[in-house]
Design a protein around this ligand. Sequence first.
Ligand SMILES: Nc1ncnc2c1ncn2[C@@H]1O[C@H](COP(=O)(O)OP(=O)(O)OP(=O)(O)O)[C@@H](O)[C@H]1O
Ligand SMILES: [Mg+2]
Length: 296
Amino acid sequence: MDLKSLLNKEQYEGATTVEGQVLILAGAGSGKTRVLTYRMAHMIDDLGVLPYKILAITFTNKAAKEMKDRVKALIGERAEDMWISTFHSTCVRILRREIEKIGYKKNFTIYDTSDQKTLIKECMKALNINDKDITEQEIMSKIGKAKDNLQSPASFMREHQTNFREKKIADVYEMYQKRLKENNALDFDDLIFKTVELFKTNKETLEFYQRKFQYIMVDEYQDTNKVQYELIRLLAESHKNICVVGDDDQCLVEGTLIEKSSYSKKYVWVAEDGSYLNGSFSISSGKCTFVSGMIY
Ligand SMILES: Nc1ncnc2c1ncn2[C@@H]1O[C@H](COP(=O)(O)OP(=O)(O)OP(=O)(O)O)[C@@H](O)[C@H]1O
Ligand SMILES: [Mg+2]
C-alpha cells in the first residue's frame, strides 16, 4: 500500500506508528478517521497483523459501519474479522459470551429508555417516592451519571447517605440494580459498566481479551467517559499498543496550560496518574483535564 501518496506527512506518521501508545490530536475534518482506516489496512496488508487481533472503537453504529466499509474497500473480506464497533456493541459481544461469570444468563435482555423508565417508576412506588418530590428523569440521569463514573449503588449510597433527598435516589439505584438482575436485564449504561466489572473480577477473562486485542484504536477519543476509558485501559494494559484519535479543541478545558511541540501531531499515552509517557510534547504547567475526565 503506497501510504505516502494517500496521506500527508503527519497522517503517514500516525498510520505507520503501530507499536506503543499513540495519541493523535487534530482539528475537525483534518483526516483523523482516515488515519485510523489506513492504519488498520496497513497493519493487515503490509505488516501481516491478523485482523482478529485488532479492535477499533467508534462512537456511533453509523461511524463503525463507515469505517468497516472503508477498510473493506482497501483490504477486502479480511476486514470482517476485525472488531470495528461502538463501545456498546463491543461490550454486548463480550457479555453474550462471558456474562455468566458475573451471575447473569447469556440471553440477557437489554432495556431501552422506556423499559428503564417503567422499572424506575416501579422502584419509586415500592419506596414511596412521590414524583412531585423527585422526578424519574432526575433519578435516571443520576443513575446514568453514576454508571458513567463507575460508581456502584453501594458507593453512591456511601457518598449520599447524609443527604435525605440524594439518599432516596441511592435507594432507587440499589433497588433498580437488584431488579434488573432479577429480570436478567441490563440497561444501556450497564453494558460497559458490567464489562468493566467482569474484567475486574475475572482475571483470566480479562487476560484472554488482552491477548486477543493486540492493537486497539479509538476514534473520537475526546468523547470518552470514565467507564469507557477504564475499559480501554484494562484491555490495552498487556500489549500497550493503543492509538487514540481526538479533536483537542473539543476536549481541552478553557485555560488549560499545555505546551506542544507541534499542533498537528503528538504521541503520548495519558497514564491514569495524569503523567504523559512517550511524549513528543510536554506539559509545561497546569493541569490538563478532558471534559470527560480522562486526565485526572
Ligand atoms: N491526505 C488526504 N488525502 C485525500 N483526502 C483526505 C486526506 N485527508 C483527509 N481527507 C479527506 O477529508 C475528509 C475528512 O477526513 P476524515 O473524516 O478522516 O476527518 P476527521 O478528522 O476524522 O473528521 P471529523 O472531525 O469529522 O471526525 C474525508 O473525505 C477524507 O477522505
Ligand atoms: Mg472522524
